[in-house]
Structure formats: C-alpha cells, structure tokens
Design a protein around this ligand. Structure first.
Ligand code: G3H
Length: 213
C-alpha cells in the first residue's frame, strides 16, 4: 500500500495572533507538536508494514514553521533497524508553501473585513478564484501543486508532508476525490496527522491521528 501522511506545521506565532501569512516560528505548543510528530514518525511511519517497510519520505514547504515542525525527525541520516533500513530523506519544496496573501500578509481577517470590504466580499463569493492583491489564489496553488502530485503518485514509499492549511485542503480534496470548489472551506486541524491510504480506487481511505498538545 501507498500511504501518505499530511500535516500542517505546529502552532505558529501568527496562528496565535490570528494573522494571515507571514513566516513566523513555532510557539511552545507548536514545538511540542514537533517533538510528538518525530516520535510518531519513528514509531509508526517508519514501521509501516508492507513490502517497502521502514522507508518514508519527508517533504516540507520552505517556510520556517514547517521546517521547525520537522526538525526533530531523524533525517537524512540512514539508520539500520535489525536488518531493515530506516530512511527519511528530507526535501524542501516552495510549491508546498502557504497561499501568499500579497498586500494582506500580516493582517488579521478582522482587519481585512474592516478595511478592505470590497476585497473581502470578492473572496467570500469566489474563494477558489480570488487572488489577493499582489498575491495568490487557490487556483494558483493548484498549478504549483500539479508537478508535485505527479511525483507523489510515482512513489510507493510512505511519504510525510508537512505543509499548510490552504495547500493541504487542495491535496486532501484531490486525494479523497472531493470537488476542489468545495475544498477551500475544509478545516484541516492543527496538531493532527491525516493518514491517507490509496485503496486501488479513485480515492484514499482516511484516518486521523491527533497528537496534541
Ligand atoms: O492562514 C491561512 C490559511 O491557511 C488559509 O486560510 O484560505 O481560509 O483564509 P483561508
């Protein structure tokens, strides 16, 4: 089986302040999640059963919060566990970065609603197509995810992807066979790993593992 593990970064300073975008680091809660994610990946992901047992790939975005979230996962060193290889090779992809909010980076949603009412309305009526001033839309993310999805689907090792809510909404909807138009409102919770397994059909089966704190 081919299993993908999707997770957002741990709680960041901007999450705590409810600000959009930015490149902040993790809060102490976020760091605790990073430690738990490392334990989970060693204890569970690297021990997935099957013909490709004990091999997993690690992909993160290029942002500070995802790299801090992955920092305790042992990679890229290769360890030998009994007669089996345990390998997490880390790749950093800008294509996995969060939606870029352009001129609205660093604002709160309340500030956008109060000071940029027309833009907030446009986003409300067409969230997938709405492009932030000098920033991105969800459609822009779809185009930059396209090559990654092709790469992902040619692999047969478990892969752990540490990315961001907007990006993971689209990946998740694609893998689960949901309409992308509906995907922009799906809640992808923090501190939770979504385990998606290809089942031979057009969509994956899903399991969620909340790691806390
Ligand atoms: O922090 C940004 C979010 O991940 C994107 O959420 O597209 O619902 O504003 P949104």
């Amino acid at each position: 089986t081919h299993t993908l593990y999707l997770t957002r970064h741990g709680q960041s300073e901007y999450n705590r302040l409810r600000k959009i975008g930015g490149n902040s680091g993790l809060t102490s809660y976020g760091l605790e999640y990073a430690r738990r994610l490392a334990a989970f990946s060693e204890g569970t992901i690297c021990r997935e059963d099957g013909t490709n047992a004990n091999k997993a790939r690690l992909w993160t975005s290029s942002m500070r919060r995802t790299n801090e979230t992955a920092q305790f996962i042992p990679h890229p060193q290769v360890a030998i566990d009994g007669d089996k290889w345990v390998q997490m090779s880390h790749r950093v992809y800008r294509n996995l970065d969060e939606i870029f909010a352009g001129e609205y980076e660093g604002l709160t949603y309340e500030e956008v609603a109060a000071n940029h009412q027309d833009e907030a309305f446009l986003r409300k009526v067409d969230k997938i197509g709405y492009r932030y001033p000098r920033g991105e839309s969800y459609y822009d993310i779809i185009s930059r995810l396209d090559p990654l999805v092709h790469e992902l689907e040619s692999y047969h090792e478990p892969t752990l992807i540490v990315s961001h809510q907007a990006v993971l909404r689209l990946l998740y909807a694609y893998l689960m066979g949901y309409d992308r138009e509906d995907s922009t409102k799906i809640a992808i919770p923090l501190h939770t790993v979504l385990k998606l397994t290809y089942n031979g059909w057009s969509r994956c089966t899903e399991e969620r593992v909340f790691l806390g704190p």
